[in-house]
Design a binder for this molecule. Structure first.
Ligand code: ATP
Ligand code: MG
Length: 239
């Protein structure tokens, strides 16, 4: 069950497993007054290399969907597959390993470690995944370079601008070379110019083959993705 599914050969053409396959996902939260049905049977397919924007009104379940795909939260019913592997029904250890190997997550408010330098923020995920410090540092510097932050390596997040902090958060999500980049309103805390810069960066990453699912409230940002998925009341709307 834990082995990755081999690519299937159909008519001599090798097909990769989908990047993400969600079927009948349901998630209900217990709340004081009445249970909140955040996901009410979500189906979603994302191909490898796709750049998908997820939009919809506040409270419709966008963050919950991203969290269950990342294995940060569990579905009550339904199945979640990432790169051909079932994510639902796994224990915490398996999920932690899975996230280190497959998932890069970017949050609206950056979630950086404030007390350490930009470089150390990027070295840590590699070291946690078992890399030697030297190798983790070399890859961290490559990613800083890629995101135009080389001259900020020794600075702490507090002295960076909002846009630079978000680029650093994206750098950290990318440093372990994830199968899937998930971003929950990555431009939400930025002005519109800063938001479009982050969008450009995502488009560039998409151009190199990175699979991306990005939640956004901004129609302008969503328009830059390859496809938009609309959610409403815990479901994906059919186009
Ligand atoms: N941990 C939780 N406990 C209880 N209720 C929750 C929890 N997380 C989410 N919810 C509820 O589930 C519903 C969906 O929340 P979710 O955060 O997925 O919405 P969203 O589409 O991301 O909204 P927004 O655009 O405001 O970020 C909401 O009604 C929310 O209050
Ligand atoms: Mg949300």
């Amino acid at each position: 069950m834990s082995a990755p599914q081999p690519a299937a050969a159909i008519d001599g053409v090798t097909t990769e497993p989908a990047a993400v396959r969600v079927r009948g996902a349901r998630r209900t939260f217990t709340a004081d007054l009445a249970p909140v049905r955040a996901l009410r049977g979500v189906d979603l397919d994302v191909r490898q290399g796709e750049f998908v924007a997820v939009t919809g009104p506040s409270g419709c379940g966008k963050s919950t969907l991203l969290n269950v795909i990342a294995g940060l939260d569990a579905v009550d019913e339904g199945t979640i597959e990432v790169a051909g592997e079932r994510v639902d029904g796994r224990d915490e250890d398996w999920l932690a390993r899975f996230r280190r190997g497959h998932i890069g997550f970017v949050f609206q408010f950056f979630n950086l470690l404030d007390g350490v330098s930009a470089l150390d923020n990027l070295i840590m995920p590699g070291v946690l995944a078992g890399m030697k410090r030297r190798a983790a540092e070399s890859r961290a510097r490559d990613v800083l370079d890629l995101l135009g932050l080389s001259d900020r390596a020794e600075q702490v997040p507090a002295v960076l601008s909002g846009g630079q902090r978000q680029r650093l958060a994206i750098a950290r999500a990318l440093v372990n070379e994830p199968t899937l980049l998930l971003a929950d309103e990555p431009t939400g805390a930025l002005d519109s110019e800063g938001g479009l810069e982050i969008l450009e960066l995502f488009r560039r990453l998409h151009g190199t083959g990175q699979t991306i699912i990005m939640v956004t409230h901004s129609p302008e940002v969503a328009a830059g993705a390859g496809r938009t998925v609309r959610m409403r009341d815990g479901r994906v709307e059919t186009p």
